[in-house]
Design a protein around this ligand. Structure first.
Ligand code: AP5
Ligand code: MG
Ligand code: ZN
Length: 217
């Protein structure tokens, strides 16, 4: 099964992606995670992408499309994949159609997690991520058992660079509305769009996603 997970920043894409990938045994491909890894490693691409991320802007389409095309061509994607945070522009969506045609693959669903703006800012600014296994927590909504320590692997928890300032979080939201929101209409036209209410517990959101995926399989 090949799925796109979309929605505004802080909607819970990464949180749900972990659960979907584990449950359906498909690959979780997050362009945000790929860029953050490149930033940590200090590669040329990471330095370039990092500037855009710090400002809450999108990394240019040519760079993003290039890394996704390369990743989807790997043999492990044949078992099915879940794209988290890609596509984010109409140009990226059209490029994805071409990439998949070239690989004789298709998309089976585009899941949109909808959450109101005021909740999103609170989710982003309170988020903590494990420095080791990348599990996502929240200071209030999803706290670890021991403060600052990952329940799963014991590594330290850290705050993402683009989550520290409310202004950057607001900017990411504005960028989403302008550049990514039009994708909902694009995928609605293709009969692939599934809207999910993301303003509930993560288990309730997952149950709704699962229900929709069962109908597709
Ligand atoms: P990316 O990493 O994709 O960030 P994003 O889209 O802004 O989304 P987030 O990761 O912030 O939120 P999420 O929906 O995954 O929510 P999460 O599960 O963590 O992109 C970062 C940057 O990289 C971009 O700004 C851009 O610069 C660049 N980039 C990436 N892809 C790109 C592309 N295709 N093109 C161009 N540039 C690109 O949850 C958030 C918080 O809420 C957590 O603390 C979590 O614990 C909590 N939470 C989750 N679910 C619930 C729930 N149900 N109830 C209560 N709390 C919850
Ligand atoms: Mg994410
Ligand atoms: Zn961990």
């Amino acid at each position: 099964m090949n799925i796109v997970l979309t929605g505004p920043p802080g909607a819970g894409k990464g949180t749900q992606a972990e659960m979907i990938a584990a449950s359906y045994k498909i690959l979780h491909i997050s362009t945000g995670d790929m860029f953050r890894e490149a930033v940590e490693k200090g590669t040329d691409m990471g330095r370039k992408a990092g500037e855009f991320m710090k400002a809450g802007q999108l990394v240019p389409d040519d760079v993003t499309i290039g890394i996704v095309a390369e990743r989807l061509a790997q043999p492990d994607c044949e078992q099915g994949f879940l794209l988290d945070g890609f596509p984010r522009t109409i140009k990226q969506a059209e490029a994805l159609d071409d990439i998949l045609t070239g690989l004789s693959q298709t998309l089976h669903a585009v899941i949109n997690i909808a959450v109101p703006d005021e909740v999103l800012i609170e989710r982003m600014t309170g988020r903590l991520t494990c420095s080791g296994c990348k599990t996502i927590y929240h200071r209030t909504f999803q706290p670890p058992q021991v403060e600052g320590v990952c329940d799963k692997c014991g590594s330290s928890l850290q705050q993402r660079g683009d989550d520290t300032a409310v202004d950057t979080a607001k900017n990411r939201l504005a960028v989403y509305k302008k550049q990514t929101n039009p994708l909902l209409e694009y995928y609605k036209q293709k009969n692939l769009l599934v809207n999910v209410n993301g303003q509930r517990s993560k288990d309730e959101v997952f149950a709704e996603i699962r229900q929709n995926l069962e109908a597709i399989q």
